[in-house]
Design a protein around this ligand. Structure first.
Ligand code: ZN
Length: 170
């Protein structure tokens, strides 16, 4: 009985994410994708894809939802939050989910469904599996001796200073 109730709640939130993607189809703000973030049974973010309307290639529904949820909670840490997204997240959004420390992700469409609809991210997954020297985008290391000095200065901070910086309370 309890499992059914839990599943019903997850489905309710998934329906909201799908509604978000469907709304995007009508407004043409971006691709047909939607994501919501829930904390303690309460929706704290509900966003669609706005890549084309905001001229922002990173404005996928999941990233937009993470940004909105973090603003709502005034924290970069979304631990304890659940994401519901209309489609299995791409590599960029998956990374953002990890950085935000979201615990669980429910998704509707699969990557294969997205590919069928003309939204493939397989090329990125394939690229990430290659060494830096074998990728289409060239990654070239320069200025390392200057760059490392900033890390050296960071390492001289006290643990309290580092914690405060990471938590944004400095
Ligand atoms: Zn994405």
């Amino acid at each position: 009985m309890r499992n059914t109730e839990v599943n019903a709640e997850h489905l309710k939130f998934m329906n909201m994410a799908v509604k978000c993607s469907s709304d995007n189809l009508k407004t043409n703000l971006g691709g047909p994708f939607g994501a919501i973030i829930v904390k303690n049974g309460k929706v704290i973010a509900c966003e669609g894809n706005t890549v084309t309307s905001s001229n922002d290639p990173t404005a996928h529904a999941e990233v937009n939802a993470i940004r909105a949820a973090c603003q709502a909670l005034k924290s970069p840490d979304l631990e304890g939050c659940i994401m519901y997204t209309s489609c299995e997240p791409c590599p960029m959004c998956t990374s953002a989910i990890y950085w935000a420390q979201i615990n669980v992700v429910y998704y509707g469409n699969t990557k294969t469904d997205a590919e069928w609809a003309g939204f493939s991210d397989t090329f990125i997954t394939e690229e990430l599996a290659k060494p830096l020297t074998g990728r289409k985008v060239q990654f070239k290391r320069i200025g390392a001796s200057d760059a490392i000095r900033v890390f050296e200065q960071w390492m001289q901070k006290t643990d309290d200073e580092k914690d405060a910086t990471k938590k944004g309370t400095l």
